[in-house]
Design a protein around this ligand. Structure first.
Ligand SMILES: [Zn+2]
Length: 298
């Protein structure tokens, strides 16, 4: 059974593994059937643990680093020292980042302690100590991760929101962002790109971007207020009065940031139209599983 959809435009470069999981081949029951990879959605914890083992077996990945997602513009620098809140283009949307684990006074994040945390998390799965502890296995709060380390996979959970894959083919370096409407308005993908520039010297012109399976304009009915807000930021092409295109809004901001339009690809799959293959928060009335999007420098 196919459990993962590869991102071919990125994998064709030969320098990354990149994909998004499908909902098939796991052990979760409805409404999470069947390959739900997220612990924070009230699925049976042992099923999620089994699903993660299936995911690792099928992809050959060893770790996936991810964060506690809060629909912010916060970027986590996996290789370096800190969380980058970003001087978001829309400051009103900026949410202060904070450590996900209560009592953790250390804001410094290094690859060393991340790996240690991941090992702890893996052993936690075996002992079952993470039951009923949503997100306790994540490291930081934020909505994007960046890295230039080989063999470090970065992950984002979604079920309608846009997973934005970023590959700087020159450096090389990678990023991944979680862009729902809040993240899109606060320009989380551009913030990730900005962080890659300051941290790794990434130039936008050298980046390939992929917007993964997510809810598309056909199914994304939103309020007139949100339409107005998006039109003010991204122009009239992002909507048709009732429906919003998060993909177009992300393309618009990435092109403004210097990414060539020809270097941005968009998945043809709308998650709400394709609930046979993907989870959709909206189409499944908010109770469903999550796909995991991942990218790793080989
Ligand atoms: Zn649709």
């Amino acid at each position: 059974m196919k459990t993962c959809h590869p991102i071919q435009t990125l994998e064709a470069t030969g320098i990354v593994n990149a994909g998004i999981t499908l909902r098939h081949g796991g052990v979760s029951r409805a409404p999470y059937a069947s390959l739900n990879l997220a612990h924070h959605v009230d699925d049976d914890a042992s099923a999620v643990t089994a699903n993660r083992q299936i995911f690792f077996q099928h992809t050959g990945l060893v770790d996936v680093l991810y964060c506690r997602q809060i629909h912010s513009a916060c970027v986590i620098d996996v290789d370096g020292e800190s969380v980058h809140t970003g001087e978001a283009a829309n400051p009103a949307m900026t949410i202060t980042c904070r450590d996900s684990e209560a009592g953790s006074a250390d804001a410094t994040l290094t690859l060393g302690n991340l790996r240690q945390s991941v090992r702890h998390y893996m052993s936690g799965i075996k002992s079952g100590q993470h039951r009923h502890a949503p997100y306790s296995d994540s490291i930081k709060t934020g909505d994007a991760l960046v890295s230039a380390q080989r063999g470090v996979a970065l992950g984002i959970f979604t079920a309608d929101c846009v997973p934005v894959f970023i590959l700087d083919i020159a450096t090389p370096a990678i990023g991944i962002a979680h862009a729902g409407w809040r993240g899109t308005l606060s320009r989380v993908a551009v913030n990730a790109l900005a962080r890659m520039k300051t941290r790794f010297g990434t130039i936008a012109e050298n980046c390939l971007i992929h917007l993964g399976p997510s809810i598309q304009k056909c199914c994304y009915t939103v309020s007139p207020e949100l339409i107005t807000q998006f039109a003010e930021h991204f122009g009239s092409t992002v909507h048709d009065k009732k429906h919003l295109s998060l993909q177009t809004a992300n393309i618009r901001q990435l092109v403004e940031a210097g990414v060539p339009a020809a270097s941005i690809s968009v998945s043809p799959f709308c998650t709400a139209c394709c609930t046979d293959n993907f989870y959709s928060h909206r189409a499944e009335r908010e109770i469903t599983g999550r796909m995991l999007s991942f990218i790793e420098l080989r």
